[in-house]
Design a binder for this molecule. Structure first.
Ligand SMILES: NC(=O)C1=CN([C@@H]2O[C@H](COP(=O)(O)OP(=O)(O)OC[C@H]3O[C@@H](n4cnc5c(N)ncnc54)[C@H](OP(=O)(O)O)[C@@H]3O)[C@@H](O)[C@H]2O)C=CC1
Ligand SMILES: O=C1O[C@H](COP(=O)(O)O)[C@@H](O)[C@H](O)[C@H]1O
Length: 501
């Protein structure tokens, strides 16, 4: 069943979307850093109905009091003191319950059925654990009679390691939950600016008419991370930056830029269009692999002026690893709208700053009448900044002011900075929005099974190409913008990565 993107429902705070949330992996990194703070904010802002209950589940021994204390400590560490009002804090902690459980065996799952007995609100099962145990948990929930026809499941990325493993995981989830009740998280879809992309593209005729190969010369998507591996070497080294970031976040951003207008704002209408883009992504063949893709791995360098170790010196590292911590590539969406328009993607760990942005470069005027020396700057750019400061800027050309300047052009932004444009509204974290949509039963911000699988199909052919070539990743110092080859890759087309704002 598809869900409406547009239907606003009743006013905030009055909607009937109370749930019983069973949070598997409640003591893990994601739960403590992201999920509990997001749930707390929803509660504090009056978006969590009174009867909502939250059950934490994990392997460690805790009673309810010590679990609440642990979550309370995590909230205090992560939230501003102005966000921690006593009444909201107490109310939120009082919603929490805890059961110690080993997810790999059925024993103990009846505790969830007992917790649910008599409850009239739907259960949301949030699997904040490694994907390899999603199937076991779903099976045990069903076998213990804990589910009903309204129960939903939320699963984290990455779903699998390649197409085959993702199909196995999706089959195991699908044996218990129909697709209409599966919420696959890609937290980039919950970011404020990503939401705005849909509004920008489909509510502004100005862009609607220009959004194709006749008017756009190329597109850049950069997701640069300042952090390194953050103690997740074991997970990351099996994955690498392509599986960790490109397969999901960057391809989702690319889909939202490249997709055709959906016929309406229903979840499936949007997802159908995204799937068409994924199917049209050009595979890398033959020499394109060496020419259009750059893999990198960071070596020791600096971050914020402090010395930091290289990837192979991180805690727990295997010193022979060839895993990439950086990828840059040039790809194309092979369809009528985008034929001949390169999409340049790059993402890496230990880059100089945290920066996620999309830059749409518009073509130059067909006939140019200004100073020939300024030809390079003479094009419009639309810059969509996801983080750190969310905003949208349209770079336009005006005349440089001053009597001595003649008809000199000057690029300048028409700039919408969300923080200054809407100073009273706090920009919510992606997980707040996603959790609220799960509570409401809206699927438009979640990834459908076929999207995940088409994305894997495309990544698998790239990884197979890498494996057949056996080329080691190129080194780049921590604190730099990646291997020089990634700059050469775009320069060979007479372009450069956009680094101003
Ligand atoms: N952390 C992040 O920033 C991100 C995480 N994700 C995804 O979110 C999910 C969770 O990640 P993360 O929080 O980092 O993982 P963690 O390993 O930090 O947390 C997992 C939690 O699940 C518990 N657990 C694992 N196996 C069992 C079991 N068999 N029985 C009972 N409890 C178990 C762990 O308990 P114990 O500590 O006892 O092992 C721990 O509480 C993963 O799918 C990950 O890929 C996605 C994006 C970002
Ligand atoms: O999913 C992941 O995302 C984070 C980056 O997320 P952001 O919201 O901070 O941009 C990344 O560090 C992590 O490796 C990856 O698993």
């Amino acid at each position: 069943m598809s869900q409406s993107y547009a239907s606003p429902g009743a006013p905030l705070g009055e909607r009937d979307h109370a749930i019983d949330l069973a949070l598997f992996g409640a003591l893990g990194d994601l739960a403590m850093r992201k999920l509990f703070p997001a749930l707390y904010h929803l509660d504090r802002e009056g978006l969590m109905p009174e009867s909502t209950r939250i059950m934490g589940l994990a392997r460690q021994e805790h009673d309810v009091a010590s679990f609440r204390q642990q979550v309370g400590g995590a909230l205090r560490k992560r939230l501003k003191s102005s966000e921690l009002e006593d009444s909201s804090f107490e109310r939120f902690l009082n919603r929490l319950d805890y059961r110690q459980l080993d997810f790999s065996t059925e024993e103990g799952f009846e505790a969830i059925r007992e917790w649910r007995e008599g409850s009239k609100q739907p259960m949301v099962v949030y699997l904040s654990v490694a994907a390899r145990i999603y199937g076991d948990i779903c099976h045990h929930l069903q076998a213990s009679g804990s589910l009903d026809e309204d129960s939903r499941v939320v699963v984290e990325k990455p779903i699998g390691y390649d197409l085959t493993s993702s199909e196995q995981i999706n089959d195991a989830i699908g044996a218990v939950f129909p697709e209409s009740r599966v919420y696959r998280i890609d937290h980039y879809l919950g970011k404020e600016t990503v939401q705005n992309l849909i509004a920008l593209r489909f509510a502004n005729p100005l862009f609607g008419t220009q959004w194709n190969q006749n008017h756009i010369s190329h597109v850049e998507i950069t997701v640069a991370e300042k952090v390194g591996i953050e103690g997740r070497w074991g997970y990351f080294d099996d994955a690498g930056q392509l599986r960790d970031m490109v397969q999901n976040h960057l391809l989702q951003l690319l889909c939202l830029i490249a997709m055709d207008p959906p016929s309406n704002l229903d979840a499936d209408a949007i997802r159908d269009e995204k799937v068409k883009v994924l199917k049209a992504l050009k595979p890398f063949k033959g020499e394109a692999l060496g020419r259009d893709v750059v893999r990198g791995q960071y070596i020791a360098g600096t971050s914020d002026g402090q010395a930091v170790p290289g990837y192979l010196e991180e805690e727990g590292a295997n010193t022979q690893s060839q895993t990439e911590t950086f990828v840059a590539m040039k790809t194309e969406v092979s369809n009528w709208r985008w034929a001949g328009v390169p999409f340049y993607l790059r993402t890496g760990k230990r880059m100089p700053e945290k920066l996620s942005q999309i830059v749409i470069h518009f073509r130059q005027q067909p006939h140019y009448i200004f100073d020939p020396d300024q030809r390079d700057i003479a094009s419009n750019k639309l810059i969509i900044r996801l983080q750190p400061e969310e905003g949208i800027a349209l770079q336009v050309l005006t005349k440089d002011s001053g009597l001595d300047k003649g008809m000199r052009l000057r690029p300048g932004p028409l700039h919408l900075d969300f923080n200054s444009a809407f100073p009273k509204s706090r920009i919510p974290d992606a997980y707040e929005r996603l959790l609220l949509e799960v509570m409401k039963g809206q699927q438009y911000l979640f990834v459908r099974r076929d999207e995940v699988e088409h994305a894997w199909r495309w990544c698998d052919q790239l990884i197979a190409g890498w494996q057949s070539r056996e080329t080691p990743p190129r080194r780049y110092p921590a604190g730099s913008w990646g291997p020089v080859a990634s700059i050469a890759m775009i320069t060979q087309d007479g372009r450069s990565w956009y680094e101003d704002y």
